[in-house]
Design a protein around this ligand. Structure first.
Ligand code: BGC
Ligand code: BGC
Length: 718
């Protein structure tokens, strides 16, 4: 439809129809003739008069079902404005990719583009138009279960992935029927809840919000994301969904977002328990005036918008603007011409979970895994040896992870079967040993027996899929006790042990590291997880993942992240004295640092050269290094560039990531890697909240992780 016609359509709409567009409901009332929700869930019951005027649907899927919902709706609706279908397709629809934290660990944003594109195809043919992804919340606390949905603790890395995900979902144009709209979330700072407890208070200065937390949302906006979802938390004491400063002044006016803002699930009504609204009516008032367009799954707009307009507390113009944004999105997606868009049962059969999609799932899973330790155990040689594979993830446990509602855990490749076929000459013994949180004496004995008959032991351990994700915060982030006991017991046999970890967050590895000669972090690797692990264990593929988030040495250090400030009493500069910023009982350092990850080959970094030791606004600096593969296998390395601003107006982090490049090298091969550093890359938020760079000296660090050594210095002249 021509955009000018949308105004005519808006003019025709009654207020009730307009407000309907601003409400998101379940598909059930359209599918079920006798729809009625009673009992404890009755608060979710969709009011019957909303059914013919609602604007969008949450969580429906499948071409048959989405088409039926659309048909029933269009029949009932007066103006026949098609419904928009939205759902959470977070790391794949049916073909499940690694969790986003794992995708971040690839340090290769192309993996995000590829996986998002495939997710979009499978999602589109099932009749969904919008995915509630990417989540780009910056995270520093692994107790928070939702770190699995993010790409980690660094804003620069998050920005690259935010852009890549949006590009992958949305493609170049909606004339491609398999492109879907993306919704970046959760605006803002949802990733910083106190104590890592989900939905908890977020408390930070506006300066820090602007400096560290906003940039990944901005990257998604610049990449064209169509929607933004509000967060459950407060920002400076006001819940995001009713925070006019956040949504209107900052997001729309300053950050330039022109699309649709949707509340998180029930977040409008949650302003009541937050204690900023006395009742539903006041909650509606706050959310409407904050310019939150769509209310997800509660009905306060539907019930009270009219009262507020009549009373002059809400300007109807605001409602019109919200409706227009939604109509524009529906129109961009071509729904007025074809309300079903790509929904097709035939295409579902042909395209969903195809071999090509699974192949990408395999490659991305391989690229996401991080080799944390390797004392000459891996890769396993196919030399007739006996391998004991032990643990809950060897077989049968869910490798898909949280937020994979359409994925079927049983269809994922099994580690046991994959390892057996990879080790053609050897013998693979299997014992479960333990379930996620409990074991039996018999299971333990079987595992000890298998291990004692083996030359090498592979332990497949971890968290269950439900132990991370939404509402899955943990205060103790070690392995569940029964698995720790199992590992310790097996270690008593003195056999070489490689532990493969399946989990959704950085763990405290104190019960794993001392008993493992090698550790492979597999995250929740998705549909092809078993095969990907087998390929890495046997060296068919060389690990190349690097940590996107620090692994703490103990929970008491949290938050522990690489880009912290120096403080006035840095422990490193006061090795002996007591009066330094340190703990008495644990170091300041994480167990495994941000950016860290091993390979089966070795890489040598040449001396780093700078094109100049003076930078000006017009003259960026080039940072060059030559990387050589000095080992015997081909491999990939994520080369990382960090800087430190030595003297700022505001204190500066000890290191800040400013560039990375994933480089593939054959044995003996060398490649020059160049980064350009320009003045705008040195800007940060000053005390007056403007972005500026400081004149003066900057250190440069190039290397294989955030532990990269000092490699040069330059001065910025302003
Ligand atoms: C989550 C969102 C999600 C929404 C819709 C909420 O509970 O916080 O991330 O998109 O539900 O399912
Ligand atoms: C302490 C102060 C104390 C001062 C003088 C500092 O190290 O932080 O509390 O008053 O020493 O002894």
């Amino acid at each position: 439809m021509e955009e000018s016609k949308l105004q005519d359509l808006l003019n025709e709409m009654t207020l009730e129809e307009k407000v309907g567009q601003l409400t998101q409901v379940f598909g059930q009332p359209y599918l079920d003739d006798n729809y009625e929700v009673t009992g404890p869930m009755s608060f979710l019951a969709v009011p019957s008069e909303l059914v013919p005027v609602a604007g969008s649907i949450l969580g429906a899927s499948g071409a048959e079902s989405t088409r039926k919902i659309q048909d029933v709706y269009l029949e009932k609706s007066r103006l026949k404005i098609p419904l928009l279908f939205m759902a959470d397709v977070i790391h794949g629809y049916k073909t499940i990719f690694p969790i986003p934290l794992g995708i971040g660990a690839s340090w290769n944003p192309d993996t995000a583009v590829k996986t998002a594109k495939i997710s979009a195809v499978e999602t589109a043919v099932s009749g969904i138009h919008v995915t509630f992804s990417p989540m780009v919340d910056l995270v520093r606390d692994p107790r928070w279960g939702r770190v699995m949905e993010s790409t980690g603790e660094d804003k620069f890395l998050n920005e690259q992935f935010a852009e890549a995900f949006v590009r992958g979902y949305q493609g170049d144009s909606y004339s491609d029927p398999y492109a879907i709209a993306s919704c970046v979330k959760h605006f803002a700072a949802y990733g910083a809840p106190e104590g890592g407890r989900d939905y908890n208070t977020v408390n930070m200065s506006e300066r820090q919000l602007r400096e560290d937390y906003l940039s990944a949302y901005q990257a998604a906006i610049d990449a064209g994301t169509e929607l933004v979802m509000t967060s459950f938390n407060v920002v400076d004491g006001i819940p995001s969904t009713g925070n006019r400063w956040l949504l209107k002044d900052l997001l729309r006016d300053e950050m330039g977002f022109e699309g649709v803002v949707i509340s998180d699930w029930g977040a409008v009504k949650e302003m009541i328990p937050h204690g900023v609204a006395a009742d539903e009516k006041e909650a509606a008032l706050k959310a409407l005036n904050a310019t939150n367009d769509i209310e997800m799954m509660t009905f306060t707009y539907h019930r009270y918008a009219k009262d507020h307009i009549d009373a002059g507390h809400v300007d109807e113009k605001l409602i019109d603007e919200s409706v227009m944004r939604i109509l524009k999105l529906k129109n961009k997606l071509g729904l007025f011409e074809n309300p079903y868009r790509a929904a097709s049962q035939d295409d579902e059969k042909d395209l969903i979970f195809s071999d090509a999609h699974r192949q990408t799932a395999l490659e991305v899973a391989e690229e996401s895994m991080v080799l944390l330790k390797n004392d000459s155990v891996l890769p396993l040689e196919d030399n007739g040896q006996t391998v004991a594979l032990i643990g809950p993830f060897a077989e049968g446990e869910d490798m898909l992870g949280a937020w994979s509602w359409k994925g079927e855990a049983e269809t994922a490749s099994s580690l046991h079967a994959s390892l057996k076929s990879a080790l053609t000459s050897g013998n693979v013994l299997y014992a479960k040993g333990s379930a996620i949180t409990e074991t039996t004496e018999e299971w333990m004995e079987e595992a000890v027996k298998a291990a004692s008959e083996a030359d090498v032991v592979i332990m497949a351990l971890g968290e269950s899929a439900e132990m991370s994700g939404e509402a899955a915060s943990r205060s103790d982030i070690t392995l569940p006790q029964s698995q720790a006991d199992l590992l310790k017991k097996i270690a008593e046999l003195g056999k070489p042990i490689a532990t493969v970890l399946f989990n959704g967050r950085p763990l405290d590895l104190n019960t794993v590291e001392p008993y493992s000669d090698a550790i492979l972090e597999a995250w929740f690797p998705g549909t092809e997880g078993g095969e990907a692990v087998a390929n890495l264990l046997t060296g068919k593929t060389n690990p190349s993942g690097k940590l996107p988030m620090s692994f703490p040495e103990s929970v008491g250090q949290i938050p522990v992240y690489y880009n912290h400030y120096n403080t006035g009493r840095p422990a490193e500069e006061r090795e002996e004295g007591r009066y330094a910023s340190r703990y008495l009982d644990v170091s300041n350092y994480p167990k495994y640092a941000f950016g860290y990850g091993l390979s089966y080959t070795s890489f040598d970094y040449s001396k780093v050269t700078l094109s100049s030791d003076i930078m000006t606004a017009d003259e960026p600096i080039e940072v060059n290094v030559t990387l050589t593969n000095t080992g015997k296998r081909a491999g990939q390395e994520a080369v990382q560039l960090y800087i430190r601003d030595l003297v700022g107006e505001v204190v500066r982090p000890k290191k800040e990531l400013k560039g990375f490049r994933k480089v593939q090298l054959n044995p003996g091969e060398s490649k020059k890697v160049s980064f350009t550093l320009s003045e705008d890359m040195l800007t940060y938020v000053h005390q007056d909240l403007t972005k500026q760079a400081d004149a003066g000296e900057f250190d440069v660090f190039v290397g294989a992780s955030s532990l990269a050594e000092h490699s040069g210095r330059f001065s910025l002249k302003i």
